[in-house]
Design a protein around this ligand. Structure first.
Ligand code: ADP
Ligand code: MG
Length: 482
């Protein structure tokens, strides 16, 4: 179902393209040997290159290039064997050189695509226009002193990948799904940690509106939105604003805006600059970047299995529903956990326990899979007890809760609490006889055709045996007598 907004003059469609800045995972910066790690005392991760000292020359970091290529491959995009670095000139206090080294006309990665899935099951493909490498700027700090501002250059020169999408996104939900998918791919690849709170992934959100079937209209760019939820809000708020402007007979100006989540509005920051304002030119300190196809092939061979491929494999190999498979591949660590539990066991049952009981428990206790109180081996051990008939599904729930609390193994808990399933037909037959004797009226009704009372008898027998009877044997025994 397509997403639209109703105005006074009819139905409007939203058009969105995202520019995502993703900080590259690497030891050192894009053109210097200074540490690229997050945080640290201000100005301790700064080389003379990063500080823009005269006469310093940039040296390209091989690993950052590899990371950009891996990312391009993960986005199923074209890798450009020749790319170039340009200077984007502007003055700002946190940019000591007076220019940012970026890739303008010749990016390292060209067109690609990202598959997204919406809540109603619709699958859409969002085009990637390009990915290029560039340097991050430093940070101005205005809140350290009443009269002065300070500059921290730790971040200056850290490698960024700017990933630009086509204007293919048509709703806040699609924007959210796109960003989640992009982050998932980056994390699988190990090229960016995708941590939006720490700013290692941030999005510029381009929004316009149009009537169905019309050409695109003027867009506004909302800068530096740092959470997926805010991106979704900003799109809705900005689209609503633009619809009002158009419907009041005005024109939307192409401009850069800021999203203010506390007031749920966007505000104009500056009129949109054009490329020529930055006086781009090829950086004379850097040769064109030429990479060998053989190296690209090697990087491709070493890529991990990507989320979409893993999901499709899970569906095939384990026979689990697509939705469960998508949930299980959300994070590499979850997928690994699941595979460990499913190995040599009932894979559908394993999926139910992981996505149901385990995720529920993790949510309740605010934990992630990395610090799960129940290891994959432990959960697998419990499934083994179900498979060999030691416990039934109902008792398993009780054992699971105990495992969560005590960290004991399922076998120990069953032993300690005497939860072993009763398969002794004599004991079950006795309980059946007793239940039927106490419910002679219901037996009458059942025999008169009230079939659904069967469940009632099963429940009564299980209750009489403290939940420990083997349900299959109980069913058999009841059928025989009734
Ligand atoms: P710039 O670098 O000046 O911001 P780009 O041409 O690189 O410009 O485009 C930036 C982003 O704007 C892209 O993600 C693109 O998909 C998006 N975009 C382009 N036109 C529109 C439009 N009419 N409505 C919404 N987004 C758009
Ligand atoms: Mg832009």
């Amino acid at each position: 179902m397509s997403y639209t907004l109703e105005g006074r003059t009819g139905t409007w469609e939203i058009v969105v393209g995202l520019e995502v800045h993703a900080q590259v995972i690497s030891h050192s910066k894009l053109f210097s040997g200074a540490s690229a790690s997050y945080g640290g005392e201000p100005n301790t991760h700064v080389s003379l290159v990063d500080a823009g000292f005269p006469g310093m020359l940039p040296v390209l970091n091989h690993e950052c290039v590899a990371q950009a290529i891996r990312t391009g491959l993960g986005l199923r995009a074209r890798i450009n064997l020749e790319s170039r670095f340009d200077r984007k000139n502007y003055f700002y206090a946190d940019l000591p050189t007076g220019y940012q080294i970026s890739q303008f006309t010749h990016p390292i990665v060209g067109e690609g695509t990202v598959e997204i899935e919406l809540s109603d099951g619709t699958v859409r493909h969002i085009g990637i226009t390009r990915l290029h490498m560039e340097q991050d700027a430093g940070k101005s700090m205005h809140d350290q002193d009443p009269t002065r501002s300070f500059i921290d250059l730790n971040r200056a020169g850290v490698a960024l990948m700017e990933i630009v999408s086509e204007p293919d996104i048509r709703s806040p939900e699609e924007a959210g799904a796109y960003l989640r998918k992009l982050r998932q791919i980056l994390r699988y690849l190990g090229t960016c940690d995708g941590n939006m709170e720490e700013g290692s992934m941030r999005a510029d959100v381009n929004v316009s509106v149009r009537k169905a079937g019309e050409p695109f209209r003027t867009r506004c760019e909302i800068k530096n939105v740092n959470s997926i939820r805010y991106v979704m809000h900003a799109i809705e708020v900005e689209a609503t604003r633009q619809i009002e402007v158009w419907e009041d007979g005005g024109e939307v100006d192409q401009e850069t805006r800021l999203f203010d989540p506390s007031r749920n509005e966007t505000r104009s920051l500056r009129s949109k600059e054009d490329a020529h304002d930055y006086r781009y030119f090829p950086d004379p300190d850097l040769l064109p970047l030429v990479v060998e196809q053989a190296w690209v092939d090697e990087l491709e061979r070493e890529l991990p299995e990507l989320p979409d491929d893993k999901r499709d494999r899970f569906i095939r190999q384990y026979g689990i529903p697509r939705y469960d498979a998508s949930v299980l591949v959300a994070e590499q660590a979850i997928a690994d956990y699941y595979e460990e539990v499913a190995k040599g066991r009932d894979a559908r049952l394993a999926a139910n326990w992981v996505t149901g009981d385990l995720f529920g428990a993790l949510n309740r206790t605010g934990r992630s899979i990395q610090d799960t109180p129940i290891s994959a081996q432990a959960l697998g051990g419990m499934l083994d007890l179900m498979a060999d008939g030691t416990i039934n599904g109902k008792i398993a729930k009780e054992v699971f809760e105990d495992m969560l609390e005590t960290g004991d193994s399922a076998a120990d808990i069953v032993e300690r609490k005497g939860l072993k399933q009763v398969t002794d037909t004599g004991a079950i037959d006795a309980a059946v006889a007793d239940v039927l004797a106490r419910n002679a009226d219901k037996v009458e009704e059942y025999r008169g055709g009230k079939d659904r009372l069967f469940g009632f008898f099963v429940g009564q027998v299980m209750k009489a045996m403290a939940g420990k009877a083997n349900p299959a044997i109980v069913n058999e025994a009841l059928k025989k007598v009734l």
